[in-house]
Design a protein around this ligand. Structure first.
Ligand code: PDD
Length: 279
Protein backbone atom coordinates (compact mmCIF):
# COMPACT_ATOMS: atom_id res chain seq x y z
CA UNK A 1 0.00 0.00 0.00
CA UNK A 2 0.89 3.61 -0.51
CA UNK A 3 0.16 5.70 2.58
CA UNK A 4 0.25 9.42 3.33
CA UNK A 5 2.47 10.91 6.06
CA UNK A 6 2.94 14.66 6.53
CA UNK A 7 2.78 15.69 2.91
CA UNK A 8 4.39 12.60 1.35
CA UNK A 9 3.02 9.50 -0.34
CA UNK A 10 5.26 6.55 0.55
CA UNK A 11 5.14 2.75 0.58
CA UNK A 12 3.73 1.65 3.95
CA UNK A 13 7.01 0.05 5.06
CA UNK A 14 8.84 3.34 4.57
CA UNK A 15 6.32 5.44 6.53
CA UNK A 16 7.25 6.53 10.04
CA UNK A 17 6.11 8.73 12.91
CA UNK A 18 8.26 9.91 15.84
CA UNK A 19 8.19 8.03 19.17
CA UNK A 20 7.59 11.49 20.70
CA UNK A 21 4.38 11.99 18.75
CA UNK A 22 1.60 13.03 21.15
CA UNK A 23 -0.79 10.70 19.42
CA UNK A 24 1.44 7.81 20.50
CA UNK A 25 2.24 9.07 24.03
CA UNK A 26 -1.09 10.68 25.06
CA UNK A 27 -3.69 9.50 22.50
CA UNK A 28 -3.70 13.24 21.73
CA UNK A 29 -5.19 12.88 18.30
CA UNK A 30 -8.39 12.60 16.34
CA UNK A 31 -9.47 10.63 13.30
CA UNK A 32 -12.10 10.06 10.65
CA UNK A 33 -13.09 6.99 8.69
CA UNK A 34 -14.80 7.54 5.33
CA UNK A 35 -16.28 4.68 3.34
CA UNK A 36 -15.37 4.15 -0.32
CA UNK A 37 -17.92 2.52 -2.62
CA UNK A 38 -17.19 2.07 -6.34
CA UNK A 39 -14.02 4.10 -5.90
CA UNK A 40 -16.01 7.08 -4.53
CA UNK A 41 -16.05 8.69 -1.10
CA UNK A 42 -19.31 8.41 0.85
CA UNK A 43 -20.57 11.38 2.95
CA UNK A 44 -17.15 13.04 2.74
CA UNK A 45 -18.43 16.56 3.57
CA UNK A 46 -19.91 15.27 6.82
CA UNK A 47 -16.67 13.60 7.85
CA UNK A 48 -14.60 16.72 7.14
CA UNK A 49 -17.08 18.88 9.07
CA UNK A 50 -16.80 16.56 12.06
CA UNK A 51 -12.99 16.56 11.77
CA UNK A 52 -13.05 20.37 12.13
CA UNK A 53 -15.36 20.09 15.12
CA UNK A 54 -12.99 17.62 16.84
CA UNK A 55 -9.99 19.87 16.05
CA UNK A 56 -11.77 22.90 17.51
CA UNK A 57 -12.86 21.13 20.68
CA UNK A 58 -9.24 20.09 21.34
CA UNK A 59 -7.63 23.36 20.22
CA UNK A 60 -5.68 21.60 17.51
CA UNK A 61 -4.61 23.33 14.33
CA UNK A 62 -4.36 21.86 10.87
CA UNK A 63 -2.84 23.93 8.08
CA UNK A 64 -4.60 22.10 5.23
CA UNK A 65 -7.88 23.26 3.73
CA UNK A 66 -10.78 20.99 2.79
CA UNK A 67 -9.75 20.74 -0.86
CA UNK A 68 -6.31 19.51 0.18
CA UNK A 69 -7.91 16.94 2.48
CA UNK A 70 -10.16 15.73 -0.31
CA UNK A 71 -7.18 15.53 -2.64
CA UNK A 72 -5.29 13.33 -0.16
CA UNK A 73 -8.28 10.97 0.00
CA UNK A 74 -8.64 10.87 -3.80
CA UNK A 75 -4.94 10.32 -4.39
CA UNK A 76 -4.82 7.43 -1.92
CA UNK A 77 -7.84 5.82 -3.59
CA UNK A 78 -6.17 6.22 -7.01
CA UNK A 79 -2.67 5.13 -6.03
CA UNK A 80 -4.04 2.03 -4.33
CA UNK A 81 -6.73 1.24 -6.92
CA UNK A 82 -9.31 1.08 -4.13
CA UNK A 83 -12.82 0.16 -5.26
CA UNK A 84 -14.45 -0.66 -1.93
CA UNK A 85 -13.26 -0.08 1.61
CA UNK A 86 -12.30 2.97 3.61
CA UNK A 87 -9.91 5.86 3.99
CA UNK A 88 -8.58 6.45 7.51
CA UNK A 89 -7.30 9.92 8.39
CA UNK A 90 -5.57 10.80 11.67
CA UNK A 91 -4.38 14.14 13.00
CA UNK A 92 -2.32 14.41 16.18
CA UNK A 93 -0.93 17.40 18.06
CA UNK A 94 2.52 16.57 16.71
CA UNK A 95 5.96 15.89 18.17
CA UNK A 96 7.19 17.36 21.48
CA UNK A 97 9.05 16.39 24.67
CA UNK A 98 6.73 14.39 26.89
CA UNK A 99 4.73 16.86 28.96
CA UNK A 100 1.06 16.88 29.98
CA UNK A 101 0.78 20.50 28.92
CA UNK A 102 0.22 21.03 25.20
CA UNK A 103 3.27 22.13 23.21
CA UNK A 104 3.48 25.52 21.52
CA UNK A 105 0.56 26.11 19.12
CA UNK A 106 3.14 26.49 16.31
CA UNK A 107 4.06 22.77 16.64
CA UNK A 108 3.00 21.18 13.34
CA UNK A 109 0.27 18.56 13.56
CA UNK A 110 1.05 15.05 12.37
CA UNK A 111 -1.21 13.95 9.53
CA UNK A 112 -1.42 10.33 8.50
CA UNK A 113 -3.84 8.66 6.08
CA UNK A 114 -4.21 5.24 4.51
CA UNK A 115 -6.71 3.07 2.68
CA UNK A 116 -8.04 -0.28 3.77
CA UNK A 117 -9.87 -2.68 1.49
CA UNK A 118 -13.15 -4.07 2.83
CA UNK A 119 -16.22 -5.71 1.33
CA UNK A 120 -18.94 -3.30 2.49
CA UNK A 121 -21.89 -3.92 0.17
CA UNK A 122 -21.75 -7.73 0.10
CA UNK A 123 -21.44 -8.26 3.81
CA UNK A 124 -22.18 -11.64 5.42
CA UNK A 125 -22.71 -9.86 8.75
CA UNK A 126 -25.42 -7.67 7.26
CA UNK A 127 -27.17 -10.79 5.94
CA UNK A 128 -27.01 -12.70 9.20
CA UNK A 129 -27.44 -9.81 11.66
CA UNK A 130 -25.37 -9.18 14.77
CA UNK A 131 -25.55 -10.51 18.29
CA UNK A 132 -24.93 -7.77 20.79
CA UNK A 133 -24.19 -7.76 24.50
CA UNK A 134 -24.65 -4.80 26.85
CA UNK A 135 -21.76 -3.41 28.87
CA UNK A 136 -21.36 -0.37 31.11
CA UNK A 137 -20.09 2.66 29.19
CA UNK A 138 -16.77 3.35 30.91
CA UNK A 139 -15.40 5.83 28.36
CA UNK A 140 -14.60 9.45 29.18
CA UNK A 141 -17.16 12.28 29.19
CA UNK A 142 -16.40 13.76 25.73
CA UNK A 143 -17.45 10.95 23.44
CA UNK A 144 -18.59 13.54 20.89
CA UNK A 145 -14.92 14.14 20.02
CA UNK A 146 -13.58 11.45 17.70
CA UNK A 147 -10.29 10.79 19.50
CA UNK A 148 -7.92 7.86 18.96
CA UNK A 149 -8.44 6.92 22.62
CA UNK A 150 -10.14 3.63 21.73
CA UNK A 151 -9.02 1.17 24.38
CA UNK A 152 -12.35 0.72 26.14
CA UNK A 153 -14.26 0.16 22.88
CA UNK A 154 -11.60 -2.45 21.97
CA UNK A 155 -12.03 -4.14 25.34
CA UNK A 156 -15.82 -4.11 24.90
CA UNK A 157 -15.52 -5.70 21.46
CA UNK A 158 -13.22 -8.41 22.84
CA UNK A 159 -15.61 -9.10 25.71
CA UNK A 160 -18.44 -9.48 23.19
CA UNK A 161 -16.39 -11.97 21.16
CA UNK A 162 -15.40 -13.88 24.29
CA UNK A 163 -19.10 -14.30 25.05
CA UNK A 164 -19.90 -15.53 21.53
CA UNK A 165 -21.43 -12.23 20.38
CA UNK A 166 -20.35 -9.75 17.68
CA UNK A 167 -20.37 -6.39 19.41
CA UNK A 168 -21.34 -4.45 22.52
CA UNK A 169 -23.88 -1.71 23.18
CA UNK A 170 -22.76 0.61 25.96
CA UNK A 171 -25.07 1.71 28.76
CA UNK A 172 -24.75 4.86 30.86
CA UNK A 173 -27.19 5.58 33.73
CA UNK A 174 -29.60 2.95 32.42
CA UNK A 175 -29.73 4.19 28.82
CA UNK A 176 -27.86 2.97 25.74
CA UNK A 177 -25.35 5.56 24.54
CA UNK A 178 -24.12 3.80 21.35
CA UNK A 179 -22.27 0.74 20.11
CA UNK A 180 -18.52 0.23 20.59
CA UNK A 181 -17.97 1.81 17.16
CA UNK A 182 -21.44 2.59 15.83
CA UNK A 183 -24.68 4.37 16.69
CA UNK A 184 -27.52 2.29 18.13
CA UNK A 185 -31.13 2.30 16.89
CA UNK A 186 -34.39 0.50 17.60
CA UNK A 187 -37.72 0.37 15.78
CA UNK A 188 -40.84 0.33 17.95
CA UNK A 189 -44.13 -1.46 17.22
CA UNK A 190 -45.46 1.63 15.40
CA UNK A 191 -42.42 1.51 13.11
CA UNK A 192 -40.94 4.65 14.67
CA UNK A 193 -37.14 4.76 14.55
CA UNK A 194 -35.54 5.65 17.85
CA UNK A 195 -31.93 6.71 18.40
CA UNK A 196 -30.37 8.66 21.22
CA UNK A 197 -30.30 12.46 21.00
CA UNK A 198 -26.93 14.13 20.38
CA UNK A 199 -24.87 15.26 23.38
CA UNK A 200 -21.37 14.87 24.78
CA UNK A 201 -22.26 11.27 25.67
CA UNK A 202 -21.97 9.87 22.16
CA UNK A 203 -20.37 10.36 18.78
CA UNK A 204 -22.44 12.40 16.33
CA UNK A 205 -22.45 9.76 13.63
CA UNK A 206 -22.37 10.87 10.01
CA UNK A 207 -24.16 7.70 8.91
CA UNK A 208 -26.72 8.31 11.68
CA UNK A 209 -27.51 11.71 10.19
CA UNK A 210 -27.84 10.42 6.62
CA UNK A 211 -30.03 7.50 7.70
CA UNK A 212 -32.22 9.93 9.62
CA UNK A 213 -32.66 12.07 6.50
CA UNK A 214 -33.37 9.03 4.29
CA UNK A 215 -35.94 7.73 6.78
CA UNK A 216 -37.73 11.09 6.90
CA UNK A 217 -37.72 11.36 3.09
CA UNK A 218 -39.48 7.98 3.03
CA UNK A 219 -42.13 9.06 5.56
CA UNK A 220 -40.74 7.13 8.47
CA UNK A 221 -40.97 8.72 11.88
CA UNK A 222 -37.75 9.30 13.82
CA UNK A 223 -37.58 10.02 17.54
CA UNK A 224 -34.32 11.14 19.14
CA UNK A 225 -34.24 9.88 22.71
CA UNK A 226 -32.45 7.38 24.90
CA UNK A 227 -33.75 3.85 25.44
CA UNK A 228 -33.01 1.01 27.85
CA UNK A 229 -31.70 -2.44 27.00
CA UNK A 230 -35.08 -3.81 28.04
CA UNK A 231 -36.92 -1.56 25.59
CA UNK A 232 -34.47 -2.60 22.86
CA UNK A 233 -35.01 -6.29 23.62
CA UNK A 234 -38.78 -5.78 23.26
CA UNK A 235 -38.52 -3.65 20.12
CA UNK A 236 -39.67 -4.78 16.66
CA UNK A 237 -36.16 -4.31 15.25
CA UNK A 238 -32.74 -3.09 16.27
CA UNK A 239 -29.79 -2.00 14.17
CA UNK A 240 -26.59 0.01 14.21
CA UNK A 241 -24.99 2.48 11.81
CA UNK A 242 -21.41 3.48 10.98
CA UNK A 243 -19.32 4.48 7.97
CA UNK A 244 -17.85 1.00 7.51
CA UNK A 245 -20.92 -1.10 8.35
CA UNK A 246 -23.53 1.29 6.84
CA UNK A 247 -26.50 -0.42 8.51
CA UNK A 248 -26.12 -3.69 10.41
CA UNK A 249 -29.26 -5.38 11.73
CA UNK A 250 -29.08 -6.54 15.35
CA UNK A 251 -30.79 -9.90 15.98
CA UNK A 252 -30.23 -10.36 19.71
CA UNK A 253 -29.25 -8.38 22.79
CA UNK A 254 -27.85 -10.24 25.80
CA UNK A 255 -29.08 -13.47 24.16
CA UNK A 256 -32.69 -12.24 23.91
CA UNK A 257 -33.85 -12.39 20.26
CA UNK A 258 -35.22 -9.15 18.78
CA UNK A 259 -38.55 -9.78 17.03
CA UNK A 260 -38.20 -13.07 15.16
CA UNK A 261 -34.46 -13.11 15.75
CA UNK A 262 -33.87 -12.28 12.07
CA UNK A 263 -32.64 -9.07 10.39
CA UNK A 264 -35.60 -6.66 10.34
CA UNK A 265 -37.32 -5.34 7.22
CA UNK A 266 -36.76 -1.67 8.04
CA UNK A 267 -33.05 -2.14 8.75
CA UNK A 268 -32.68 -4.00 5.45
CA UNK A 269 -34.62 -1.34 3.55
CA UNK A 270 -32.53 1.49 5.05
CA UNK A 271 -29.35 -0.37 4.16
CA UNK A 272 -30.51 -0.73 0.54
CA UNK A 273 -31.53 2.94 0.37
CA UNK A 274 -28.21 4.09 1.78
CA UNK A 275 -26.25 2.01 -0.73
CA UNK A 276 -28.42 3.21 -3.65
CA UNK A 277 -27.94 6.87 -2.76
CA UNK A 278 -24.18 6.45 -2.26
CA UNK A 279 -23.39 4.69 -5.53
N1 PDD B 1 -16.49 4.43 14.09
N2 PDD B 1 -20.00 5.79 17.51
C1 PDD B 1 -18.71 5.44 17.67
C2 PDD B 1 -18.17 5.27 19.05
C3 PDD B 1 -17.90 5.22 16.54
O1 PDD B 1 -16.61 4.88 16.70
C4 PDD B 1 -18.46 5.37 15.24
C5 PDD B 1 -17.65 5.18 13.99
C6 PDD B 1 -19.81 5.74 15.14
C7 PDD B 1 -20.49 5.94 13.80
O2 PDD B 1 -20.09 7.15 13.21
P1 PDD B 1 -20.05 7.33 11.63
O3 PDD B 1 -21.42 6.99 11.14
O4 PDD B 1 -19.72 8.74 11.43
O5 PDD B 1 -19.02 6.36 11.11
C8 PDD B 1 -20.55 5.94 16.28
C9 PDD B 1 -15.61 4.31 12.96
C10 PDD B 1 -16.25 3.72 11.75
C11 PDD B 1 -14.34 3.58 13.38
O6 PDD B 1 -13.87 3.89 14.46
O7 PDD B 1 -13.83 2.74 12.63
Amino acid sequence: RTVYVNGRYVPENEASVSVFDRGFLFADGIYEVTAVLNGRLVDFEGHVARLHRSLNELNMHLSLNDNALRDIHRQLIDKNGLQEGLVYLQVTRGVADRDFAYPDAQTPATLVAFTQQKAIIDSPLAERGLKVISLPDMRWGRRDIKTVQLLYPSMAKMEAKKRGADDAWLVDSGLVTEGSSSNAWIVDHDNTLITRELSRSLLHGITRRTIMQLAQQHDMKVEERGFTIKEAQNAREAFMTSATSLVYPVVSIDQRPIGEGQPGEIARALRRLYIETSL
